[in-house]
Design a protein around this ligand. Structure first.
Ligand code: ADP
Ligand code: MG
Ligand code: MG
Length: 211
């Protein structure tokens, strides 16, 4: 099982950039159903910047916090849409309790995901059931916190499965936040694009942990 060190997080960011390229059209299609059709484009632009600066950021930071913060700032500054500042905040705040560390344990990792999702919630002023990325993330974080002392890979696998279900759970909802809000009942029957990209991005952590 992979040690959760700075290189692990670097590898995750690099894989997230690949994921964003592969799913650019898919996420954009979801967003064209209930938004403005740019979610995949936004994330591909953002993560291209992250991967482009990754080698330099790995070199110029001395802890996990610094690497994630620099990467989050790129997402925040390079992405025009709502998702840039939200995912940017996730990475910027993720490392706030592990300052100075170059390796962390699983409970610390859970705390990082929790801090990141809290930051999304704070920035977006949103809660569960509003048809946003939080519908994927919040139930997964709750599961992680409840099972923090158990076998990391098993717990993480289940948390990601719960996040995936959370994305599905957005389909019958009316949106209370974001662009889809304007559609009212016409948003019913469509999956929220950010909830789909969220569980898929969190799945990258799982896949890298397995290595
Ligand atoms: P934009 O809507 O500005 O074009 P994106 O298309 O990149 O930005 O991202 C849209 C996604 O952002 C939505 O699918 C939703 O999951 C998420 N989102 C939008 N507003 C909020 C919010 N206030 N809180 C949480 N997530 C949000
Ligand atoms: Mg959009
Ligand atoms: Mg947009």
């Amino acid at each position: 099982e992979r040690t959760l060190d700075k290189q692990f997080f670097g590898n995750c960011l690099s894989k997230m950039a690949e994921l964003a390229e592969e799913n650019r059209d898919y996420w954009t299609k979801l967003d064209s159903d209930i938004g403005d059709g740019d979610h995949g484009i936004n994330l591909s632009i953002g993560f291209r910047a992250v991967s482009g600066q990754l080698a330099e950021n790995l070199e110029n930071t001395d802890d996990i916090t610094g690497l994630l913060k620099k990467s989050g700032m790129l997402l925040l500054s390079k992405v025009g849409g709502a998702s840039g500042p939200l995912y940017g905040s996730f990475f910027i705040k993720m490392g706030k309790d592990v300052v100075g560390k170059t390796t962390i344990n699983f409970p610390e990792f859970v705390g990082m995901i929790k801090n990141g999702v809290d930051a999304i919630q704070f920035r977006g002023k949103s809660e569960l059931g509003e048809k946003t990325m939080l519908d994927a993330l919040l139930p997964g974080v709750a599961y992680l916190e409840e099972h923090i002392e158990e076998e990391p890979l098993v717990v993480m696998e289940q948390a990601v499965a719960i996040m995936r279900e959370g994305a599905e759970s957005t389909i019958p909802l009316i949106a209370k936040k974001g662009r889809a809000m304007r559609l009212g009942e016409r948003a019913i029957g469509h999956k929220d694009p950010g909830s789909e990209s969220s569980w898929m991005l969190m799945n990258v952590f799982l896949e890298e942990m397995k290595k």
